[in-house]
Design a protein around this ligand. Structure first.
Ligand SMILES: [Ca+2]
Length: 222
């Protein structure tokens, strides 16, 4: 669409942290995004307001906001259009990007701190302990969710024995012993498309804060 000027403000409940994930992205390319662009404004901590302009056809990294607001502004000029973008968002009361409810009929989401590993080692070398993040995917009842890993990897110093404490678990349905479909913790795991007959899936990432957790990007459709 030419001549677009769209302001979109996304807000999640007060006290939560908002995360935004791009599922598709194609906006007219320019090295400084001066023609068409999606501008994203959000706080990365209590004092730093980050503003960035996104364009091109590469999928942007997720946005992990420090609070419950992300402001978007999409602008296009008079020539050359592309497909645009599709994004989903969710919020959490835990650390940025740690779990949430996903209700879009398709979407992409990632581990916290993606494309970095999680937990992130901070300058004073403290890391989160016993972290667990849970994503609840729910689409309309007549639909069936399929899920695939667009990316899955472990830190180089991880090993398979960490699987008990550091893993990603996929549940078809709500989380329970009976609905567990797979436990992913090994780089070599052949990760195929998981076609379910359910409109609900649950993804849980666990970390003991010692070895780094897997990092992943998951796509789902329904
Ligand atoms: Ca244009």
């Amino acid at each position: 669409m030419d001549h677009a000027k769209c302001n979109i403000s996304i807000k999640s409940p007060v006290g939560t942290k908002l995360s935004l994930y791009f599922n598709e992205f194609n906006v007219e390319e320019h090295s400084r995004c001066i023609f068409d662009y999606l501008q994203v404004k959000y706080f990365t901590n209590s004092t730093t307001l980050q503003t960035m302009k996104l364009c091109h056809s590469m999928l942007p990294n997720p946005i992990f906001a420090w609070n419950n607001t992300i402001d978007l502004y999409f602008k296009s000029d008079s020539v050359y259009t592309r497909d645009g973008y599709h994004l989903i968002y969710t919020s959490t009361t835990q650390d940025n990007g740690c779990g949430g409810n996903l209700t879009g009929i398709n979407g992409t989401f990632t581990s916290p701190n993606y494309p970095g590993f999680y937990p992130e080692i901070t300058p004073n070398n403290t890391i989160s302990q016993n972290k667990e993040c849970q994503w609840n995917i729910r689409v309309p009842a007549e639909r069936q969710i399929s899920l695939s890993f667009a990316e899955f990897s472990l830190a180089a110093n991880s090993n398979v024995t960490n699987c008990v404490k550091n893993h990603v678990k996929i549940y078809i349905g709500l989380r329970s012993r009976n609905t567990l479909y797979s436990t992913e913790c090994n780089d070599d795991t052949p990760i195929a498309l998981i076609k379910s007959t359910s409109n609900v899936m649950t993804v849980v990432m666990a970390s003991d804060g010692v070895a780094r957790t897997p990092k992943f990007r998951i796509r789902y459709t329904s």
